[in-house]
Write a protein that binds this ligand. Structure first.
Ligand SMILES: C[S@@+](CC[C@H](N)C(=O)[O-])C[C@H]1O[C@@H](n2cnc3c(N)ncnc32)[C@H](O)[C@@H]1O
Length: 239
C-alpha cells in the first residue's frame, strides 16, 4: 500500500487508530504471541523508571505502557499518558478506571509533535510503537528531550529490523501475510495491519534510530534488540 504523505499522516493515523481501538490490545497479544507485556516492562527498566518518579508516556494509546509505568512508580509517582486518538484514550480510560493505580495516572489528548508541558517537567519519557506513526520523528524526539529533566532518559520501544538470514525472511513474510489476515479477522481492518507492515519497512532500523537520538541531543544512546531484532528498545539521556 502507499503510505500517507507527511501532510496526510496525522489524519490518516488518527482515523486508523480510532477505527481499531476496541480490538487493539487483543491484536497486540495475538501478533506478538503475548510478548508485548514483557517488552514494555523491559522498556521501563531501560528508562530507569523508579518509585516516586514523574513520567510522560507519549503516544500512549490504550494506556498499556502507561499502566505498567504506574505500577513501577508506586503511590508517590505520577504518569501522564498522551495521545491524539480519542477512541484509543477512551479504551485507556476504561482500563485506568478499573485499575488500582487510577490516582497516579492522567490521560491527556494532545499531539506528540508539540507536547503541552514546560521544559524539564519529567524524570523520564517513553514512547511505545509511536515514533513510526508521527510525521516528524526528530520533532517528537526534541519535544521528549525538552520536557525531560537533565539526566532523565528518553526511551522508544518499536518495530525494528532483524538481520539474521532466513529468520528475517520468515519474519517479513509473517508480517506481510499473516498479520494483515489476522487484522482482518479480529479487528475487521486489514488495511491498518498492512500499514503496520509497510510503515515498519519504511521506519528507521534500530541503528538509524539510535543515531537519530544522538542527533537530537541525547547522550549515552544505544539500542537493545528483542526477539532477534523484530522489536528494539532505543535509549538516550538528556545531558
Ligand atoms: C501503535 S499505538 C501504540 C500505543 C501504546 N503506546 C502501546 O504501547 O500499545 C500508536 C499510538 O500513537 C498515537 N499517535 C500517533 N501519532 C500521534 C501524534 N502525533 N500525537 C499523539 N499521538 C499519536 C496513535 O493515536 C496511537 O494510539
Amino acid at each position: 500500500m502507499e503510505l500517507p504523505s507527511k501532510n496526510q499522516k496525522e489524519r490518516y493515523v488518527r482515523e486508523m487508530f480510532n477505527g481499531i481501538a476496541r480490538k487493539y490490545d487483543l491484536m497486540n497479544t495475538l501478533m506478538t504471541f503475548g510478548q508485548d507485556k514483557a517488552w514494555r516492562k523491559y522498556a521501563i527498566r531501560r528508562a530507569r523508571i523508579g518509585v516516586g518518579m514523574n513520567v510522560i508516556d507519549v503516544c500512549c494509546g490504550t494506556a498499556e505502557l502507561t499502566l505498567e509505568i504506574a505500577q513501577t512508580i508506586g503511590a508517590e509517582g505520577r504518569v501522564i499518558g498522551l495521545d491524539f486518538s480519542e477512541e484509543m484514550l477512551a479504551v485507556g480510560e476504561q482500563k485506568v478506571g478499573t485499575s488500582d493505580c487510577q490516582s497516579r495516572i492522567t490521560l491527556v489528548q494532545g499531539n506528540a509533535m508539540s507536547l503541552p508541558f514546560p521544559d524539564n517537567s519529567f524524570d523520564a519519557a517513553t514512547v511505545g510503537w509511536g515514533l513510526r506513526n508521527v510525521p516528524d520523528i526528530n520533532q517528537v524526539l526534541q519535544e521528549m528531550r525538552r520536557v525531560v529533566k537533565p539526566g532523565g532518559w528518553v526511551v522508544s520501544l518499536d518495530m525494528a529490523k532483524p538481520s539474521a538470514p532466513i529468520f528475517k525472511q520468515v519474519y517479513w513474510m509473517y508480517f506481510n501475510w499473516i498479520v494483515p489476515a489476522l487484522g482482518k479477522m479480529t479487528a475487521k481492518r486489514k488495511s491498518a495491519y498492512q500499514y503496520l507492515h509497510d510503515s515498519s519497512r519504511a521506519f528507521d532500523s534500530q541503528q538509524q534510530l539510535t543515531q537519530r537520538f544522538a542527533k537530537n541531543g541525547l547522550i549515552n544512546t544505544r539500542f537493545h534488540n528483542l526477539m532477534g531484532g523484530v522489536v528494539a528498545v532505543v535509549e538516550g539521556q538528556k545531558p
